[in-house]
Design a binder for this molecule. Structure first.
Ligand code: HEC
Length: 166
């Protein structure tokens, strides 16, 4: 019999134990993916939603005993900040649909938007609030759904900001 250099690899790939491991891995990836985020399988969630800055900081020395304690109100994001983080990469900072990501999709990947992504157009001006909120929650073709990423309050803040841009 001729020597088959791929023999051991073939044996490994068809070994039942290996197949079971692959299956377990896929199932756990799927389960992790179902927990949060935008995409059906979302193992790495968007970084700007991770509150990793605290856990990654090393412990610190205590402040000097005579230091003046400062307490600051917890910052809440404004509609503008939420729009910049979640929407501006496609709809642009002024909402006219000229964000970098969408421009690249259109010029480089020949994507044709199904409706006009200009949020200041008469079309969107005339859309009732509920319709825009539904678009934010459910997404539309390439626009991701935000129902699992933003609370209802945050979606309302964004809606208000979109109305300001118009
Ligand atoms: C990945 C890019 C992308 C992101 C991010 C995105 N959108 Fe969109 N959006 C689009 C595109 C493209 C369309 C046009 C429909 C299509 O082709 O998908 C659209 C359509 C819309 C429409 C309907 C416009 C019309 O003319 O009826 C609204 C409203 C909208 N987006 C709001 C938002 C808001 C608010 C956010 C942020 C929470 C957001 N979008 C995030 C790409 C995006």
């Amino acid at each position: 019999m001729r020597f088959n250099p791929f023999g051991p690899l073939q044996q490994l790939l068809t070994a039942p134990r290996f197949l079971v491991l692959c299956l377990l891995f896929s199932v756990s990836a799927l389960l992790m993916g179902c927990s949060e985020g935008t995409y059906p399988v979302d193992i790495f969630t968007e970084m700007h939603y991770n509150e990793s800055y605290k856990s990654q900081e090393p412990n610190r020395l205590d402040g000097p005993p005579d230091a003046v304690p400062v307490s600051m109100p917890k910052p809440t994001a404004t509609g503008e900040e939420l729009f910049i983080i979640n929407c501006s990469m496609c709809h642009g900072f002024t909402g006219t649909g000229d964000g970098n990501v969408l421009s690249t999709m259109i010029t480089k990947y020949k994507y044709t938007p199904k409706v006009d992504p200009d949020l200041t157009s008469d079309m969107v001006k005339n859309l009732p609030d509920v319709a825009i909120l539904a678009l934010i929650s459910n997404g539309i073709t390439v626009m991701p759904r935000f129902d699992k990423l933003l609370t209802e309050e945050e979606q309302l803040l964004i809606l208000q900001y979109v109305r300001e841009l118009q």
